[in-house]
Design a protein around this ligand. Structure first.
Ligand code: ES4
Ligand code: ZN
Length: 326
C-alpha cells in the first residue's frame, strides 16, 4: 500500500498512449448515437465482455472497429479531453500521445478534422490541468510504405503541432525496415521517431528499429531481453523503452503479471518507463499500471523512483520544459 500510494502521488510523464485506445465504452456508445454509427453490441457491458484478446491482432480488430465512431472534430476533441481529465487524477503532468491518422483517413475523415480536434483539446488540457504534451503521428505498419509517405505529406502543413512520428499496428510480417525511407524523410523534417518493436516479434525487429530506422525510443521492446548484446546496446546508448504492463498481460505477451520483466529490465540498466498503451481496452491508466506491477513483483522504492525519473528523461521535453514542469 505504501509503495502504491507513493507511486500514485508522484508527478509522472506518460510516453506511450494511443488516443484511440483511450476511447472508453461509455464515450464510444455516446458518439455512436451522436453520429448514427451502428456498433455490433447492444450495451457497454456487452462491449466490455468482448475485451478478451489472445494476441495483438485480436485487439487491433476491436480497436479499429471502436474508432469508427470518431467522425467530427468535436469527437476527436472529446476523446482527447476525456483522456486528459482522467490522467490528471493520476498526477500525470506531461504526456506524449499517438494518433493513427490512416485509421481515420481510410474511413473518409480528413487529416484536418483529426488534428484540429486533438490539438485543441491538448491546448485546453494544458490550460485547465497544467498537462504539457507532445503529439506523435503514428504510421500503420500493415499498410504500405506509399501510404505512409502520403500521410506524411498530409502532415506537412501541421508540422508545428507534431513532435514526432511512430510505427504501430500489426508487428508480425511488417518489420521496421519496411519504413526506413519514410522515417529518414521524417527525420529530415525535424521530427522525432519512436517505433513499436519487440512486443510480439523477435530482437531482430528492435535491432532494425535502432540501426535501420534510427529510432529515438523503443515502444515495448520486451523481447530485447532474449538478446544479451541488444540489452547491452540499449543500456549503453540509454535508449528509453516505453513498457506497458497491463497491455502485455491483456495481449498475452506475458502469462501473468508476476512474469512481467520490468524488474529484470531495470536491474539490467535499461531505461524503462511505465505506460498505459490503450487504457480503455487494457483495464487501466498509468497509476493502475504501477499498482499492477507493485502488487505482483518485488519492486522497491528505488525502482519506482527510477521508473518515474525515466519517464521525464525519456520524454521529448526540452530542458527548459523540464525545468518549468518540475
Ligand atoms: C497498439 Cl498495443 C499496440 N501495439 C501495436 N499497435 C497498436 N496500436 C494501438 N495499440
Ligand atoms: Zn502501443
Amino acid at each position: 500500500r505504501l509503495l502504491i500510494d507513493f507511486a500514485h502521488s508522484l508527478p509522472k510523464a506518460e510516453l506511450h498512449l494511443h488516443l484511440e485506445g483511450s476511447l472508453e465504452p461509455e464515450r464510444m456508445f455516446m458518439l455512436a448515437q451522436r453520429n448514427q454509427v451502428t456498433l455490433p453490441y447492444s450495451s457497454t457491458d456487452e462491449l466490455k465482455a468482448a475485451y478478451s484478446f489472445g494476441n495483438l491482432q485480436a485487439f487491433l480488430d476491436l480497436y479499429y472497429q471502436g474508432m469508427s465512431v470518431l467522425i467530427t472534430e468535436q469527437d476527436f476533441y472529446d476523446l482527447t479531453y476525456d483522456y486528459l481529465t482522467r490522467i490528471h487524477q493520476d498526477n500525470v503532468i506531461h504526456t506524449e500521445v499517438f494518433f493513427d491518422p490512416q485509421g481515420h483517413l481510410e474511413r473518409g475523415i480528413d487529416f484536418a478534422t483529426q488534428i484540429n480536434g486533438i490539438y485543441r483539446a491538448l491546448e485546453d488540457g494544458q490550460r485547465h490541468y497544467g498537462i504539457s504534451f507532445k503529439l506523435i503521428m503514428s504510421f500503420l505498419r500493415h499498410l504500405s510504405e506509399e501510404s505512409a509517405f502520403e500521410t506524411l505529406e498530409l502532415a506537412l502543413p501541421y508540422l508545428d503541432k507534431i513532435s514526432g512520428v511512430g510505427l504501430d499496428s500489426s508487428e508480425k510480417g511488417h518489420p521496421p525496415e519496411k519504413f526506413a525511407r519514410v522515417f529518414a524523410r521524417a527525420k529530415a523534417l525535424g521530427l522525432k521517431v519512436t517505433v513499436h518493436a519487440g512486443e510480439e516479434e523477435p530482437p531482430e525487429y528492435v535491432w532494425q528499429a535502432l540501426n535501420t530506422v534510427k529510432t529515438d525510443r523503443v515502444d515495448h521492446g520486451n523481447r530485447s531481453l532474449e538478446d544479451p548484446k541488444l540489452i547491452q546496446h540499449l543500456a549503453e546508448h540509454r535508449y528509453t523503452l516505453t513498457v506497458c504492463p497491463l497491455s502485455n498481460l491483456k495481449l498475452c505477451v506475458i502469462g501473468s503479471m508476476d512474469e512481467h520483466p520490468i524488474i529484470r529490465m531495470l536491474d539490467q540498466d535499461l531505461q524503462a518507463t511505465l505506460n498505459s498503451d490503450d487504457p480503455a481496452y487494457f483495464g487501466g491508466y498509468v497509476n493502475d499500471n504501477f499498482t499492477a506491477v507493485i502488487n505482483a513483483l518485488p519492486l522497491t522504492h528505488a525502482h519506482i523512483l527510477t521508473l518515474v525519473k525515466n519517464s521525464f528523461t525519456g520524454s521529448w521535453m526540452t530542458d527548459e520544459e523540464k525545468d518549468a514542469a518540475l
